[in-house]
Design a protein around this ligand. Sequence first.
Ligand code: RET
Length: 270
Amino acid sequence: MLLPLQLGQREVLAHIQDDLLLSASLWSNVALAGLSVLLFSYMARDVRSRRARLVFAATVFIPLVSLSSYLGLVSGLTAGFLQMPTGHALAGDQVLVQWGRYLTWTLSTPLILLALGLLADADPVDLAAVIAADIAMCVTGLAAALTVSSYAFRWAFYGVSSAFFLVVLYALLTRWPDSAAAAGTDEIFDTLRTLTVVLWIGYPVVWALGVEGLAVVDSTALTSWGYSLLDIGAKYVFAYLLLDWVAGNEGVLVGGPLDAARGDVSATRD
Ligand code: RET
């Protein structure tokens, strides 16, 4: 039963090990994710209020998920060769598809949105809807990458995934900024929102131009570097900026339903 999982893993591992540029795109993130977990755990040492602790908890898991994701890729477990269908620029070729990326984005991107939503003190129903759209974006993105029966269906899934992405962008650009302004977190929220919107748009661009899409860049290693560089900004830099601000401005984060629910005595505004 486990044969399909076993077949190909060693070939993928050997392929990755033989391609220095490709390995470097993966190992660099293993190292950065590991360092980020340690750094963020250290930064959490003095955080007390509930909402700030929740932001920290969600954010520390971002590099932890990333570490597992990159170990899956670098070991050959979550990548595989797929033959591209007629119509694709590399039709008939076996292309290394790093499908584990899409799978783990279904965990890491909700954490990023949760952290941003908590920072903005967004309406919980809004937050749940945005996270649902985000998960749907990742799952349909996975479908786009794995479909090899037809070139048109690859793009059909890409289109559906992009529609879900628009829902996420809509919330980030139009709904949450008002909540952040009301919560007094608008300055840091605006910085993180801009970083997030710009970098997240990079992912569908890499997909479209890289080996999975139009193959304008027909190198697996360069496509992989595209995602890896975006990951560095969208995860570690994002998380560092957020946690650095939260650690220094805990008082601003106090209040809202989470702290009020517990009647936290330490939770007073500065
Ligand atoms: C895909 C292809 C299909 C269309 C769209 C995509 C969007 C992906 C995004 C990924 C963000 C990932 C992050 C990961 C951090 O861990 C699936 C590439 C719209 C926006 C931030």
